[in-house]
Design a protein around this ligand. Structure first.
Ligand code: AP5
Length: 222
């Protein structure tokens, strides 16, 4: 066969461009995108039990308790499509305990990508970000403005995208970054995320293509 499907983890500070790059990765590699932020926002919007528990933490820019997020992610990773097509995990793990839960469940990535962007730029990206509730597309008022007046009129701002909350999210990210990456240091690839999105994607594309190829080669030997 073609070997085991690709398993990718993407990490980086708030607004480092994870969601933007994941859209491009999915288009090219067909992986199942599992974003804990998106899953949680959907639970909040639907008013589920998980959503009600998560809402206040998210609005405050704090981490949702591990047990809530971990149950949600491991359930999603266990579905057939993720096993068959491979997965792209975005926004998880965010703590040492979350990384350990994945290890225990035998969910191991082939590669751990970290997007690096300077702090001042991250805050500006958060404050300028808008989302299209209809298509899920991510915009930025100056970097990626909406294409039409109609789209512009329906864009929404995330409740955690104020300057103050962006700073708090960044601080929490920094507190946890090392504890999380220690689990994946042998497969970690740092990428400069402070370039245009196409330049960033080209780098990710070459890394993933190389991993994919080596998995296919390995499958031939077996
Ligand atoms: P989550 O949704 O994961 O938020 P985040 O990590 O803060 O990341 P963002 O979604 O803010 O940014 P991004 O890196 O995807 O950037 P984007 O592509 O949008 O989590 C939200 C909350 O959920 C957490 O705070 C927490 O409460 C909870 N949560 C989630 N996971 C959890 C977990 N595992 N445990 C506990 N709690 C959890 O880009 C940002 C902006 O920049 C956009 O406007 C975009 O257009 C622009 N942009 C992107 N790329 C470029 C570029 N190359 N050049 C210029 N502009 C760019």
């Amino acid at each position: 066969g073609d070997g085991e499907p690709l398993k990718v983890m993407i990490s980086g500070a708030p607004a480092s461009g994870k969601g933007t790059q994941c859209d491009l990765i999915v288009k090219k590699f067909g992986l199942v995108h599992i974003s804990t932020g998106d899953l949680l926002r959907a639970e909040v919007a639907a008013g589920t039990d998980i959503g009600n528990k998560a809402k206040d933490f998210m609005t405050a820019g704090k981490l949702v308790p591990d047990e809530i997020v971990t149950a949600m992610v491991t359930a999603r990773l266990s579905l057939q499509d993720a096993k068959e097509k491979g997965w792209l995990l975005d926004g998880y793990p965010r703590s040492y305990a979350q990384a350990q839960s994945l290890e225990e469940g035998n969910f191991r990535p082939d590669i751990y990508i970290v997007l690096e962007v300077p702090d001042e730029i991250l805050i500006d990206r958060c404050v300028g970000r808008r989302m299209d509730p209809l298509t899920g597309k991510i915009y930025h008022m100056t970097n990626f403005p909406p294409e039409t007046e109609e789209i512009k009129a329906r864009l929404i701002t995330r409740s955690d995208d104020t300057e103050e909350k962006a700073k708090s999210r960044l601080q929490i990210y920094k507190q946890n970054a090392e504890a999380v990456s220690s689990t994946y240091s042998s497969i970690m690839k740092k990428i400069n995320g402070n370039h245009s999105k196409d330049v960033v994607f080209n780098e990710i594309d070459s890394l993933l293509s190389a991993v994919k190829k080596s998995k296919e080669e390995a499958a031939k030997i077996v």
